[in-house]
Design a binder for this molecule. Structure first.
Ligand code: HSE
Length: 310
């Protein structure tokens, strides 16, 4: 048993990003889930959950993504101790901002720190993705990879896991807008088509490839031109009220591009920090919703470095 609480910040992320469904992700600097833990003799306990959406987070360690991920890290490290865990949600569930991915990543990273950082990044991502899979259904690492690695991430393959992170240009700013509607990922996956037309596949490969080039070369205009989605967003648009107006408002106020963040309802807008500070984008999107009597929270942030000890 130790009295020392180790504190981890696990950031929000956005998955998909235009044509990169289940492949691309990006880490935000914030908001973050805060995951705290201290060593105990044995067992994993969730002792406290606070923050937005806390009432829907299970305290049962076999159903909570923080503890499932932490337990898997302890198992892989043959650890001879347990952990008491406190969770402060900064990202509410069903937001499209990687809420369960942040919790799973924070749990994995916490246990990684407490066990002396013995696992590889790939193993940590697998522990977190496994935990997210248990709680949200289906193994996809496109939130936990950026949450743990930081930057803009590309998953070549889930099995075996092959993932890489690119540092986007410093000038790239992010506005995340979250209208007050819940979109569970499993509902957002249920509306997707089972097959894709060849012309859409060609469109996606072109846009996905040029987005990677834009991120690696720091070409902000190319990043803006490359974020487009002919398949996933059209199918999900009905789940996100006023999505088209919100995207148009963002673009009219300086965004280089806008898309559904993750599985929604987050609206992700990217901007060039040399041209705007993002405030007009955030305000314009918020106004689309307030004009319809809906609340919409906004964050202006940067691309982040992933989970860290604070
Ligand atoms: N890429 C997945 C989806 C996860 O869009 O369903 C989103 O967080």
């Amino acid at each position: 048993m130790s009295d020392e609480w180790v504190k981890i910040a696990a950031p929000a992320t956005s998955a998909n990003i235009g044509a990169g469904f289940d492949i691309f992700g990006i880490a935000f600097e914030g908001p973050c889930d805060i995951i705290e833990g201290r060593k105990t003799e044995s067992g994993i306990r969730i002792v406290e959950v606070n923050g937005p959406g806390a009432e829907s987070i299970p305290l049962d360690p076999d159903k909570n993504s923080v503890s499932i991920a932490a337990k898997e890290v302890l198992r892989r490290c043959n650890a001879d101790f347990g952990i008491d865990i406190k969770i402060t949600k900064g990202i509410r569930p069903c937001s499209g901002m990687g809420s369960s991915g942040a919790s799973a990543s924070g749990g994995a990273y916490l246990a990684h720190v407490l066990t002396g950082e013995k696992l590889s990044m790939n193993d940590l991502i697998i522990c977190a993705a496994m935990a997210e899979g248990v709680t949200s259904g289906g193994f996809h690492a496109d939130n936990v990879a950026p949450c743990l690695m930081g930057g803009f991430t590309i998953i070549r393959s889930n099995q075996p896991l092959d993932v890489m992170s690119v540092r986007p240009p410093e000038r790239l700013g992010i506005v995340a807008a979250l209208p007050d509607v819940l979109v569970p990922t499993k509902d957002a996956r249920a509306v997707l088509p089972k097959e894709v037309a060849l012309k859409d596949m060609v469109f996606h490969i072109g846009h996905a490839s040029s987005l990677v080039y834009g991120m690696m070369s720091g070409d902000i205009d190319l990043i803006g031109r490359s974020i487009a989605d002919a398949v996933i967003e059209p199918a999900r648009a009905k789940l996100v009220p006023h999505i088209k107006e919100a995207e148009e408002a963002a673009k009219a106020n300086g965004a280089i591009s806008s898309c559904i963040g993750g599985s929604g309802p987050c609206i992700l807008s990217l901007f060039d920090k040399d041209k705007t500070d993002g405030k007009a984008i955030a305000e314009a999107v918020r106004k689309v919703y307030s004009d319809s009597g809906m609340k919409c929270d906004t964050w202006i942030t940067n691309c982040g470095l992933g989970c860290r000890r604070i």
